[in-house]
Design a protein around this ligand. Structure first.
Ligand SMILES: Nc1ncnc2c1ncn2[C@@H]1O[C@H](COP(=O)(O)OP(=O)(O)OP(=O)(O)O)[C@@H](O)[C@H]1O
Length: 248
């Protein structure tokens, strides 16, 4: 991976708000979130159900637009981009692991993983080679030619993570990426995310599991749409006292 500018955040949220509905049905999913994630940083996002974690992730990945404030990925403000350029940033810079995996049913595991690279103009052969490398990293190289319906939930989840990691994405966003995995496989996946960050990427992961958060450098805690701990300029969450549990 080429060296990124270590002083520029890979992801920056400035006073981001997101409001759904209006009138009596108005919901403030995010209320003025400031957050920066730098190269090499692995951030865990925690908080009660409904506190805005998934909303934060979708805005960071350019899958939704804020009601107010700015989202910047590698210094580029997403709201200033047209659909084509936004799609290109999402493909090249952002790897997104969805809670429900979002694999294309008609494509094999390897084809699902290579799809974003082929859309980006990489040759089919190179894209397949990269896909096989990513599937190997996830411990499932033997499943490359299976279709999603022939895979267990945990296997599909690992394909989805391989798809998010392929192609040197600088920002990996993962919504409960270990949800369908047994604890040993979950730890192995977290080790891969940790290694990606140690190689210069940035990752933000929603998790409910404090044991998984110890792989992170920092825990951002959301409550009722606001960052209540671990945001910009705040010390690491007490959960992380002593770093990432010495697992690195
Ligand atoms: N499309 C939408 N329309 C209306 N309200 C929404 C929408 N998406 C999210 N919300 C509301 O915004 C708030 C934050 O939701 P979000 O899914 O971000 O929370 P979360 O912390 O990820 O929750 P969970 O841990 O249960 O997944 C909730 O009150 C939710 O009901």
């Amino acid at each position: 991976m080429s060296q990124p500018d270590p002083t520029r955040p890979v992801l920056e949220l400035r006073a981001v708000t997101r409001t759904h509905g209006n009138g009596e049905a108005e919901v403030h999913a995010l209320r003025g979130v400031d957050l920066a994630v730098h190269p090499g940083e692995f951030v865990a996002v925690m908080g009660p159900s409904g506190s805005g974690k998934s909303t934060l992730l979708t805005l960071a990945g350019g899958l939704d637009r804020p009601s107010g404030g700015q989202v910047l990925v590698e210094g580029v403000e997403l709201s200033g981009l047209n659909r084509t350029r936004l799609a290109a940033v999402r493909r090249r810079s952002v790897g997104y692991v969805f809670q429900d995996y979002n694999l294309v049913p008609a494509l094999t595991a390897a084809e699902n993983v290579s799809l974003p690279r082929e859309l980006d103009g990489v040759s089919g052969r190179t894209a397949r080679r990269e896909a096989l490398t990513a599937l190997r990293e996830m411990g499932i190289p033997d499943l490359a030619d299976r279709f999603p319906e022939q895979l267990s939930g945990g296997q599909q989840q690992r394909v989805a993570i391989a798809r998010a990691l392929v192609g040197d994405r600088r920002l990996v966003l993962a919504d409960e990426p270990t949800g369908a995995l047994d604890s040993a496989t979950g730890e192995a996946v977290l080790a891969v995310l940790r290694a990606r960050c140690d190689a210069g990427a940035a990752a933000m992961m929603v998790t409910h599991d404090a044991r998984h958060a110890v792989w992170a450098d920092r825990v951002v805690v959301l409550n009722d749409g606001a960052v209540v701990d671990g945001g910009v300029g705040q010390a690491a969450h007490p959960l992380l006292a002593g770093g990432n549990g010495g697992r690195r």
